[in-house]
Design a protein around this ligand. Structure first.
Ligand code: ATP
Ligand code: MG
Length: 365
């Protein structure tokens, strides 16, 4: 594909030839990815047929028998798609099993200087999925737009204690942290419009690239008791994003399954390399998440395939489908996990969070 070739040229690299075509074929058009390896036919959002966390396997259908739900493959007159979705939703909101704790705290920067690729949506929904499954998560909103704060239902009017005060050294993260009403495990340092001026103010400050890292001390994070920190970046490669890259262990790049999705990715990758070389040698690109997949277009498959061929195992097997419920949720100050827990979008983010957590539990860094 022309775009990826352009990116390769930008990076001065060829494709690494990792044969991951089969993985992409796991997600044929007209299907969505469910529970990592399996796929089920796309249905309307109110007809989601996916099973949720726990013992229920991928693509299995839950049917109520005599008024109660049980694993049952036969048809039952009591079964309706809405009843099934309600059951799935209950399992998302009140899971029986927690996701595994990481072997050590993970600080992940969600970055892509391209706008509107799903950085904020992925940040808040992954965070909510992990939090609803027993892990304690802090989201740091590092975008003056404050979209992550909105989706987590956290106040972010100008003047509210926020990441701005933290960056200019006026406040500890502890004092700026709020708890989302979606889960007591879900914390957020909001961003207000005051952050818009921070990029200019930071220029003249000492250690301007490491202001966030200095605030994110082990002492502070231990006191908050968090397992995961997600930093939601603005759509630029300026000082705010550099602060996020310096303060993190890992980078998560959301890539939209669209034609121009890969443009500029080379520049982001070289910035990551620069930060690795000069400011944060422990930083690594560990996760790529494909977002807004539209199964009706061939292009979405092509983009997903190219990304997998180029980046190999870094790409999560779960692909997030384009879903109206996902885009509606922030308008209600919610993540899709609480707005419509049984929907396809919610289940996909839960699957992606599970993959992320399982990878984190395996790593012994
Ligand atoms: P920015 O660069 O402006 O910060 P972003 O990369 O954070 O943007 P989002 O704000 O997460 O991107 O998403 C951009 C738009 O796409 C939003 O309106 C969001 O609701 C919508 N969107 C994101 N993911 C999905 C999805 N899976 N299905 C449908 N709409 C989505
Ligand atoms: Mg955003």
């Amino acid at each position: 594909m022309r775009l990826l070739i352009a990116m390769d040229e930008e990076l001065g690299r060829g494709s690494d030839g990792v044969p991951t075509r089969d993985e992409v074929r796991d997600v044929p058009r007209e299907t969505v990815h469910v529970h990592s390896a399996a796929a089920v036919p796309v249905q309307s959002e109110s007809q989601t047929n996916t099973a949720s966390a726990g013992a229920i396997g991928a693509g299995e259908v839950l049917r109520p028998v005599n008024g109660t739900f049980a694993d049952h493959s036969g048809d039952s007159p009591a079964w309706t798609p809405i009843a099934e979705e309600a059951f799935t939703a209950a399992r998302v909101l009140h899971p029986q099993e927690a996701l595994p704790r990481p072997s050590r705290r993970r600080i992940m920067t969600v970055a892509n200087q391209k706008g509107g690729v799903g950085k904020t949506t992925s940040t808040v929904n992954l965070a909510a999925a992990l939090a609803l499954h027993g892990l304690k998560v802090l989201v740091i909103d590092l975008d003056p737009q404050g979209n992550a704060s909105t989706a987590l239902g956290v106040e972010h009017r100008s003047g509210t204690p926020s990441v701005y005060e933290v960056l200019i050294g006026e406040m500890s993260i502890l004092d700026a942290t709020k708890t989302s009403d979606q889960s007591s495990n879900l914390l957020c340092v909001p961003a207000t419009i005051d952050l818009a001026g921070a990029e200019i103010e930071l220029v003249s400050m000492v250690a301007r690239e490491s202001r966030l890292k200095e605030a994110l001390t082990d002492e502070v994070l231990n006191e908050l008791g968090v397992d995961y920190v997600f930093i939601d970046c603005p759509p630029s490669l300026g000082l705010l994003t550099v602060n996020a890259l310096v303060g993190a262990h890992e980078v998560l790049i959301p890539i939209q399954c669209e034609y121009y999705a890969l443009e500029g990715l080379g520049q982001l990758l070289s910035n990551i390399e620069l930060v690795q070389a000069h400011l944060n040698p422990t930083l690594s690109l560990t996760t790529i998440l494909l977002t807004m997949y539209d199964g009706r277009t061939k292009l979405a498959d092509q983009v997903a395939e190219e990304v997998r061929q180029h980046f190999g195992e870094v790409v999560l097997r779960t692909i997030i489908p384009r879903s109206v419920k996902v885009s509606e949720a922030p308008g209600f100050g919610q993540t899709v996990l609480t707005y419509d827990p049984g929907s396809r979008g919610s289940m996909s983010y839960l699957d992606a969070a599970r993959e992320l957590a399982e990878r984190g539990a395996k790593e012994s860094r």
